[in-house]
Design a protein. Structure first.
Length: 70
């Protein structure tokens, strides 16, 4: 993934890889939110929503790559 973000020209392989990563990350996030919503409805608890750990690590990785690139 890091290589795809470093490539300077747009290539179809890079676009497909980035699209896959985006779709994978959002699908995981939607699944985990749906499960938490069902659990919260069953328990009638109102909790502050926490960010999905996978998305948090992904964002941190992207920030590190962007900082190293510049």
């Amino acid at each position: 993934m890091q290589y795809c973000l470093i490539v300077f020209k747009r290539e179809p392989a890079v676009d497909r890889t980035v699209n896959f990563i985006v779709q994978f990350a959002t699908s995981l996030s939607l699944e985990s939110r749906a499960k938490k919503k069902i659990e919260n409805e069953a328990n009638d608890e109102k909790e502050e929503e926490e960010m999905d750990p996978f998305l948090l690590k992904l964002f941190n990785f992207l920030l590190k790559v962007c900082v190293l690139k510049n």
